[in-house]
Design a protein around this ligand. Sequence first.
Ligand SMILES: C[S@@+](CC[C@H](N)C(=O)[O-])C[C@H]1O[C@@H](n2cnc3c(N)ncnc32)[C@H](O)[C@@H]1O
Length: 102
Amino acid sequence: MTSLPLKEQIKAYWEERAELYLADPASTTNDVYLRELDILTIVQVLKTLLGAGPKKVLDVGCGEGYSTLKVAQELPHVSFTGIDYSPNMIRLARERLATITQ
Ligand SMILES: C[S@@+](CC[C@H](N)C(=O)[O-])C[C@H]1O[C@@H](n2cnc3c(N)ncnc32)[C@H](O)[C@@H]1O
């Protein structure tokens, strides 16, 4: 039993998962197959909503950035910003971004 407020317990959960799984996309989900369907759906919806011109999208709770970067690769005219309250997740997302922009 912990005395931390719920928000801090949830944050600690994601911090721990980032430490455990590191760059493995499983750090943010146990069902990596379902997430591929999530990504396909998000791409379809954003294409419909945003149209062809330059746009900006804020991804709140981007985790280790796997989904954000996969979606961004399908929408090159859209600028994506990912935020997350887990510093470990943000560190992994930055490392993932660096590997594809080198
Ligand atoms: C289930 S993961 C989803 C990650 C990613 N969006 C994906 O689809 O793969 C949820 C993420 O949201 C973050 N998160 C949860 N509550 C948050 C909050 N209140 N503010 C910022 N980030 C939050 C967690 O740290 C975790 O990385």
